[in-house]
Ligand binder design. Structure first.
Ligand code: BES
Ligand code: MN
Ligand code: ZN
Length: 500
């Protein structure tokens, strides 16, 4: 999608379609301000339709006479409750409503007074672009969708035009994550993910290291390889490095769970466990590769960003790991695999040990780790765990800016009891209650306590069955925007620190 910024009045933008948002308390006055002489005619049409300006209210009007032929009106509710998330969703809804009208240009006018200009720009571009995202790769016949050729952002100064590439880079990262997650397990596997990482490395000049099975064996990654041994497709441990143009001031690691299919292994996913959806079990990998797509383009000043994913699939075969097997992770800890379906934490264990070896300033891992997290927080909020309050606050703020739901969960140390094994250092699975917490506690065993670390359980948020205002149904690309916001904030913070 092309975007254009303009501070000119809506009527002067030369758009054949207009999209506006109106508050419930002041919609008549807003209308007059936006449409001038045409306002009274439109007001009558809206009154006829019982328009009240309530949140989620939406009216489409075709207009006679000169100027724009189409007017899309979204209710915004009360101005006091209109936040960035509301702005993002309004842009998304209006963009979706413009689909099918084959507009040359959609003039989008939403009340921006309450927002910082760059914040408003982000919400409008991301809201509009991501709402219109379509994945047509697996269809043999494609009908034209009639999207507008361009969206003109009214009320955004022309000088902000230069920030459009950054916003487009963020959208491209989210779209890459969506495509990776949505692709079926016979298309996206460890080898294809390696190819994706390779093409990012080539396109943006990053360094890619790939460990094959032998290289992982050399590093004693017994936990990861235990999961991979049942698959016919060979494992690939991916490590991509994004380097800044100047000096390195912070080293950050982003790890994503990369299970391209999770059958459960011998603890097979049966009944209502939705085995057919388990292509999305590489949603963490999708998110970090998506973030890499964005960050490799933006190259935030002073940041060296490491992207890691231990990719494989969790399958059944004569080679597959037995329930009850004991394996040794690369930090020497032994694990009794009492459930082969708790495989993500095994792959992450070795990835975390590897990440700590890079001596980073912080590690964040993202994983579709537990059904328990879905039960706790549903599909709009991911859970996160961190022993580090500073990192926790940073991630919370980043998610807020990104418009992604994220809620801190407790690392309840006493629950480690549930991971005690009678024969090895630990089991990989605790009791059902608090299952997302014991999973986080398991991961913590593989992190050097001196390194700030956070774990995000995105099991509920990677996929949206129905779709939401700003997301079409299916893969959401969750995590990309929070990670990008976090990295950009760290870059800005260390730069500020220098200038003081
Ligand atoms: N990939 C699943 C988690 C999952 C389940 C994500 C449902 C999205 C929806 C993970 O590997 C898994 O199977 N976890 C088990 C852990 C259990 C065996 C301790 C779970 O949550 O049931
Ligand atoms: Mn599993
Ligand atoms: Zn899994």
């Amino acid at each position: 999608m092309n975007f254009r910024c303009s501070s000119a009045p809506l009527a002067d933008l030369g758009c054949d379609g207009l999209a506006i948002g109106l508050f419930s308390s002041t919609w008549e006055q807003q209308l007059a301000g936006l449409l001038g002489p045409r306002a009274s005619e439109v007001q009558a049409l809206l009154e006829q339709r019982q328009f009240k300006g309530k949140p989620r209210e939406q009216v489409t009007l075709t207009l006679p006479g000169e100027g724009a032929k189409l007017l899309l009106v979204a209710g915004l509710g009360e101005p006091e409750h209109f936040d960035t998330q509301g702005l993002r969703q309004a842009a998304a809804r209006l963009a979706q409503a413009s689909r099918g009208w084959y507009l040359n240009s959609l003039g989008l006018a939403l009340p921006l007074e309450a927002f910082a200009p760059d914040q408003a720009l982000g919400a409008l571009v991301q809201g509009g672009q991501l709402a219109l995202f379509q994945d047509l790769r697996f269809r043999s016949e494609v009908e034209p969708s009639g999207d507008p050729k361009e969206i003109c952002l009214q009320g955004i100064a022309e000088s902000l035009q230069e920030q459009l590439p950054q916003q487009q880079a963020i959208c491209a990262g989210v779209e890459l994550a969506r495509e990776l997650v949505a692709a079926p397990p016979n298309v996206v596997n460890s080898l294809s993910l390696e190819a994706t990482a390779r093409s990012l490395a080539d396109e943006f000049g990053c360094e890619l290291t790939v460990l094959d099975e032998a290289a992982c064996r050399e590093r004693n990654m017994g936990a990861y390889l235990a999961v991979a041994q049942g698959a016919s497709i060979p494992p690939r441990f991916l490590h991509l490095v994004i380097r800044p143009n100047g000096v390195v001031r912070r080293r950050l690691v982003l790890i994503g769970k990369g299970l391209t299919f999770d059958s459960g292994g011998y603890n097979l996913k049966v009944g209502s466990s939705q085995i057919e959806l388990m292509k999305f079990d590489m949603g963490g990998c999708g998110a970090v590769l998506g973030a890499a797509r964005t960050l490799a383009q933006l190259k935030p000043e002073g940041l060296e960003i490491h992207i890691i994913s231990a990719t494989t699939e969790n399958m059944i075969s004569g080679e597959a790991i037995h329930p009850g097997a004991i394996v040794t992770a690369s930090n020497g800890k032994t694990i009794e695999i009492n459930n082969t379906d708790a495989e993500g934490r095994l792959t992450l264990a070795d990835a975390l040990v590897y990440a700590c070896g890079l001596e980073p300033d912080a590690i964040v891992d993202l994983a579709t780790l537990t059904g328990a997290c879905v039960v706790a927080l549903g599909s709009e909020i991911a859970g996160y765990w961190s022993p580090d309050d500073t990192l926790a606050a940073q991630l919370n703020a980043a998610a807020q800016r990104a418009g992604e739901g994220l809620w801190r969960m407790p690392l309840q140390a006493s629950y480690k009891e549930g991971l005690k094994s009678g024969i090895a250092d630990m089991k990989n699975t605790g009791p059902r209650p608090g299952g997302s917490i014991t999973a986080a506690l398991f991961l913590q065993e593989f992190v050097n306590a001196e390194i700030p670390w956070a774990h995000m359980d995105i099991a509920g948020t990677v996929w949206s069955e129905k779709g939401r205002a700003q997301d079409p149904a299916g893969a959401t690309g969750y995590g990309v925007r929070t990670l990008v916001e976090w990295c950009l904030a760290i870059a800005a913070e260390q730069k500020e620190g220098l200038s003081q």
